[in-house]
Design a protein around this ligand. Structure first.
Ligand SMILES: Nc1nc2c([nH]c(=O)n2[C@H]2C[C@H](O)[C@@H](COP(=O)(O)OP(=O)(O)OP(=O)(O)O)O2)c(=O)[nH]1
Length: 148
């Protein structure tokens, strides 16, 4: 079987070091995924690096520029998260530096979720372990912020 296709995405947060809120996006297509929530991003095109693909996707989908923080490593050898048999995903924590996010392409709604709300939306199945990992990261960041 062919190697799974690489998707790149961002966990956009309000603050890279002390994240309190993260942006989730609701998909409009394909039909099987419409209405499910995900991390903004998309496939890496031929000739693109994963990081340049991610900047392009954020610009196209949300109309924003972002600075990337650390990558959230998944269990695969290349640091990716398995999504399905067809796709694997690398994910970076990121912060918007220019623009106000709008659901320009592929999404019809955006929501900023607090750490306690991270599981309140209907995530695409393959994203659930990532959301759980991020929640632990948010809580850890919160507990080291001196209760701020
Ligand atoms: N962007 C993104 N895709 C995800 C996530 N979780 C998940 O299973 N996927 C799947 C959905 C899609 O089948 C695939 C990514 O495809 P996409 O449709 O976002 O990629 P793209 O923007 O390059 O799409 P296209 O122009 O080629 O249609 O990965 C996620 O959190 N974010």
């Amino acid at each position: 079987m062919a190697a799974p296709i690489l998707v790149v995405a961002a966990a956009l947060v309000d603050d890279l070091d002390q994240p309190a809120r993260m942006l989730a996006a609701r998909r409009t297509r394909p039909e099987a995924l419409a209405g499910r929530w995900e991390f903004p991003g998309g496939k890496v095109d031929q000739g693109e690096t994963p990081v340049s693909a991610l900047h392009r996707e954020l610009r196209e989908e949300l109309g924003v520029t972002a600075e990337l923080g650390r990558e959230v490593p998944g269990p695969d050898d290349d640091g990716s998260w398995p999504l399905t048999e067809r796709y694997r995903m690398r994910l970076w924590i990121a912060r918007i530096t220019e623009g106000h996010p709008e659901p320009l392409e592929d999404h019809d709604e955006l929501r900023w979720l607090s750490s306690a709300e991270l599981h309140d939306v209907d995530w695409i199945e393959g994203d659930l372990p990532i959301v759980t990992a991020l929640r632990a990261h948010f809580e850890e960041a919160g507990s080291t912020s001196g209760g701020r």
